[in-house]
Design a binder for this molecule. Structure first.
Ligand code: FES
Length: 148
């Protein structure tokens, strides 16, 4: 795993560098650790509060630890009508967590997302950004079993 200090330093002096740096840190760690926010504040000449503000402004950035597998359920209207609610309940039940939470073993995070552009196959989930179409509640155990 690349060091967050090195990652952030590599964006020093780049326009929009702090956002790019946060993206890169999140790609590596799946979230932005508090120490990385402090580091970014120093590198980009911001107060820690400002650096934290940037990290929490964008919904695709997270300052909370997240699982190795980030499962997102599309909640836009076409997926909603196609039964997204049942699927999300099946994931909550199988994982023992609610939307927005991460399992205690750090393996799974459950989140909601807007339309991911796969509306021909509703309802749609993504696992680490990879879309899965036509998901039913019955398929949830098998889908989880594939995540080693
Ligand atoms: S509405 Fe769910 S993928 Fe488009």
């Amino acid at each position: 795993m690349a060091d967050y200090q090195e990652i952030i330093a590599s964006y020093r002096g780049t326009p929009g560098g702090i956002i790019e740096a946060y993206h890169a840190v999140q790609r590596e760690y799946n979230y932005i650790p508090a120490e990385a926010v402090k580091e970014a504040a120093g590198v980009f000449g911001l107060s820690e509060a400002q650096a934290y503000g940037v990290a929490t402004f964008y919904s695709y950035l997270s300052v909370e630890p997240r699982g190795r597998y980030i499962i997102r359920m599309c909640e836009s209207a076409p997926c909603h009508i196609a039964g997204a609610e049942e699927v999300i309940q099946a994931f909550e039940h199988a994982l023992g967590i609610k939307v927005g939470e991460t399992t205690a073993d750090g393996k799974f995070t459950l989140e909601l997302t807007e339309c991911v552009g796969q509306c021909q196959g509703t309802p749609v989930i993504t696992i680490n950004s990879q879309p899965y179409a036509g998901v039913s509640a019955e398929q949830v155990p098998a889908i989880l079993a594939q995540c080693k």
